[in-house]
Write a protein that binds this ligand. Structure first.
Ligand SMILES: NC(=O)c1ccc[n+]([C@@H]2O[C@H](COP(=O)([O-])OP(=O)(O)OC[C@H]3O[C@@H](n4cnc5c(N)ncnc54)[C@H](OP(=O)(O)O)[C@@H]3O)[C@@H](O)[C@H]2O)c1
Length: 382
């Protein structure tokens, strides 16, 4: 059989390039790396061809804002992988993939606008028999995989909460301007209009500033210790209570960034959003990025920690699952590469629009993360 061809939009960015390396290492697929800078796309492809045999990568210029160019670039691709900071064009990228007869996967944040534009295409995706996968990556991407896998170790799963710690060396990372803008806009939007992120007492609700239990502490181990975390909406969490009817409590939480960002920038953003709910706050967005770069300190690591409680063999049971790596981009790319290995084997290539975390076989995905160098650790208790 002919090797599959994947086009990675944002293929020379941090996440896109990490994904390209894993795909070339663990599969026989061929790649087209795309972005608005032809030189960078070609240089990245040349670097990959020097490292992996078979001249399997090439670079092209492509702007997600140009719908006509998208359709022509996507023609002949088995899958379009959107690893670019182009959430605002998610609808047109997905529509162009559909018109070109390609499957689709994206790794962008679980934003309301992206999910709405993909949901609007659901009937056409099904009619065309295409496999569209959204919310791929680490978060979104891994939390519901961790819970689905842990649930297999319980007769009844009563609670499943995940805390995440992101200690990123922002100062040394180089991003596209579009990425920084998208990141600041998403945080502002989430502060202005938070979505229900906590499941308790049989319903989803928003966090309350006045409830300490809505901001729990997770112990991330030495040297990080216990950190307060805030709930964050992820679409993949929402159908977990239907999948596991005994579940009484579930949520995904994120720790803060650093004292300046948490103690100065976020309160200013919250106050600004209260006074001008429709404001853009680009200056505060810049202050956020400056604060991340100026005040983030080592040691650097990215951790997801699941704390699950329930019953196993008639007794109370507790399981912890911790997934971590120092390189946040490897941690973003590895779940996507592991998902694509299942796709390439045909096991999950089904028509429809799917959340990555619900489509994959969780045990196999966690095994593949281990093979890709990610630490996956379990702890059992009562
Ligand atoms: N799910 C997860 O766990 C997870 C984790 C990390 C990041 N992400 C998401 O992944 C995306 C990429 O993040 P990153 O950190 O990898 O960013 P990055 O390093 O800045 O890379 C972004 C890439 O997108 C390209 N790009 C930007 N605008 C474009 C446009 N209009 N047309 C074509 N290409 C465009 C950039 O190239 P040019 O600017 O040269 O065009 C660059 O190659 C973001 O949306 C981010 O939120 C998800």
């Amino acid at each position: 059989m002919q090797p599959k061809i994947f086009l990675i939009l944002g293929g020379y960015g941090n996440s896109g390039l990490a994904l390209a390396i894993l795909l070339l290492r663990f599969s026989d697929c061929r790649l087209v790396l795309a972005g608005r800078n032809l030189q960078r796309a070609e240089a990245a492809a040349a670097g990959l061809n020097a490292e992996f045999s078979g001249m399997r990568a090439r670079g092209i210029r492509l702007d997600a804002a140009d719908s006509a160019a998208l359709k022509s670039a996507f023609t002949g691709m088995d899958m379009v992988i959107s690893a670019s900071s182009t959430t605002q064009y998610a609808g047109s990228v997905a529509a162009a993939a559909l018109e070109a007869g390609s499957d689709y996967l994206d790794i962008q944040l679980s934003s309301e606008k992206k999910l709405a534009s993909l949901n609007a295409l659901r009937p056409q995706i099904l009619n065309a028999g295409r496999c569209f996968i959204t919310d791929g990556g680490f978060h979104p991407g891994l939390p519901a995989v961790m819970i689905r896998h842990a649930a297999q170790q319980f007769d009844r799963l009563n609670s499943a909460n995940i805390g995440s710690l992101l200690k990123v060396n922002w100062a040394d990372l180089h991003f596209s301007e579009a990425t920084l803008r998208e990141f600041a806009e998403e945080i502002t939007r989430e502060i202005a209009n938070p979505r229900p992120a906590i499941y308790r007492d049989k319903r989803w609700r928003k966090a309350s500033m006045f409830s300490a239990t809505d901001y729990p502490r997770f112990d991330f181990g030495d040297p990080f210790g216990k950190r307060y975390c805030a709930p964050m909406f992820l679409e993949e969490m929402h159908s977990l209570p239907e999948m596991f009817p005994a579940l009484q409590e579930t949520a995904f939480y994120v720790s803060g960034f650093n004292r300046f960002v948490d103690g100065v920038v976020f309160p200013l953003l919250m106050a600004g959003v209260k006074i001008h709910p429709k404001g853009k706050f680009s200056t505060l967005g810049k202050l956020l990025v400056w604060g991340l770069r100026r005040f983030s300190k080592p040691p650097y690591i990215n951790i997801l920690k699941l704390e699950a409680r329930g019953e196993a063999a008639g007794k109370p049971a507790y399981r912890e699952l911790r997934i971590s790596h120092e390189d946040g981009y490897l941690l973003t790319a590895a779940p996507v590469a592991a998902c694509l290995l299942q796709y390439l084997e045909g096991a999950i290539r089904k028509p429809g629009l799917w959340l990555m975390a619900h489509l994959v076989e969780p045990g196999r995905l966690l095994e593949d993360l281990g093979r890709m160098g990610i630490a996956v650790q379990w702890k059992k208790g009562n």
